[in-house]
Design a protein around this ligand. Sequence first.
Ligand code: SAM
Length: 325
Amino acid sequence: MSEPTGAARRRGPFQVGDQVQLTDPKGRHHTFTLEAGKSFHTHKGSFPHDELIGAPEGTVVRTTGNIAYLALRPLLPDYVLSMPRGAAVVYPKDAGQILSMADIFPGARVVEAGVGSGSLSCFLLRAVGDQGMLHSYERRADFAEIAAENVRRYFGGEHPAWQLTVGDLQDNLSDTDVDRVILDMLAPWECLEAVSKALVPGGMLCAYVATTTQLARTVEAIREHGTFNEPTAWETMVRTWHIEGLAVRPDHRMIGHTGFLLTARRLADGVEPPMRRRRPAKGAYGEDYAGWGGKDAAKVASRGAGKDAASDGERDAAPGSGGAA
Ligand SMILES: C[S@@+](CC[C@H](N)C(=O)[O-])C[C@H]1O[C@@H](n2cnc3c(N)ncnc32)[C@H](O)[C@@H]1O
């Protein structure tokens, strides 16, 4: 049985063409591609690539200046943070959330826009596998080119499940029977009609946005569109820890903000979104609410608010907790 695309480059002794990540004594990373006959140079000397070719991962090499470097293949989270960038990448912590909460499964038919630098494309391709489909749309040809090169380098060649189209998603999306659509762009609300047409009933839309205003506008537009269930929105913060003897504490620095995620499921055709059992908070759609999603947003948002609604202050269930939406 042949191995899944890219798997052969993730294990075994180092081969020509592999990405190598060196860790220096200060914990800094240096990434390069292995080439026969070449040398890796630092300001503290060099060593020949040939020393690593055929050696196991986890080998320690020494430069002519006697500095030791640990050699490993970069993991995908390392790779996406060190690869050349066009646009900002989806961070590994958010890619993990997207794969789990948008339920990306082997064989899934997935659409993604925009592609940016191709970070999320790599994660999605690994998850859908060779039998799945990822159709990625990117409006900027220069970014698409950077992403294509990053994806090719990561998998060691073309991925059989990947198709990349240059153009706006809302004008070009022609795929049907799509299981999942992932939007990482400035204005996801502009794509809802196209996304709704592409998704199968029960399919999922997942959007990744950087600001609260984008988040609110996307949620209200999804409600107003009327072909999705009630969206769920969340963010993830990851705090790394310093552990040394008795000094066991969170690291002083962390990435405080990357983006917000939201998901919503496609309803069957012709179905009205179910009544919302929770009344919007007092004033949420009051006089001061100008509306993100258009003039009908307030009407749609308060649809079904009745006397059995939960109290205004009710807290949302955490994503994944299985609580009522
Ligand atoms: C933040 S970047 C995406 C990063 C990417 N997900 C990654 O992980 O590397 C946003 C990208 O969306 C593209 N974009 C914005 N609106 C779009 C649209 N309507 N259709 C296609 N691409 C779009 C932009 O050109 C930009 O490259």
